[in-house]
Design a protein around this ligand. Sequence first.
Ligand code: FES
Length: 113
Amino acid sequence: MVLVKVAVSSDLPPGGMKRYSVNGHELVVANVEGTYFAIAGNCTHAGADLSKGTLEGGVVTCPRHGSKFDIRTGKAISGPRIGFLKLKTGDAKTYGVKVEGNDLMVDLPDNPA
Ligand code: FES
């Protein structure tokens, strides 16, 4: 594992969420009431960019089919809804986030995802 700077804290005010591409990893980093969390940037259902969804109370909603993920744990709270179908999807991969001064550091595996 290696700590890599992805942003500065002022980039992400409380309630903020952004996508970052770092060392071959696509991440979404969010500020949930002053604490930072990171999950894989693409939805586990069909790969939509989760940063284009919404963040409410620590829950990221996918912009494509509405899957919901708890950004604190990566857990898929609910799966996609397509027409009348309610499907399941996998949990999102999580990454540790550390604050060093004003820098947001993400703990990445040594090899690209
Ligand atoms: S791509 Fe995210 S719910 Fe389908």
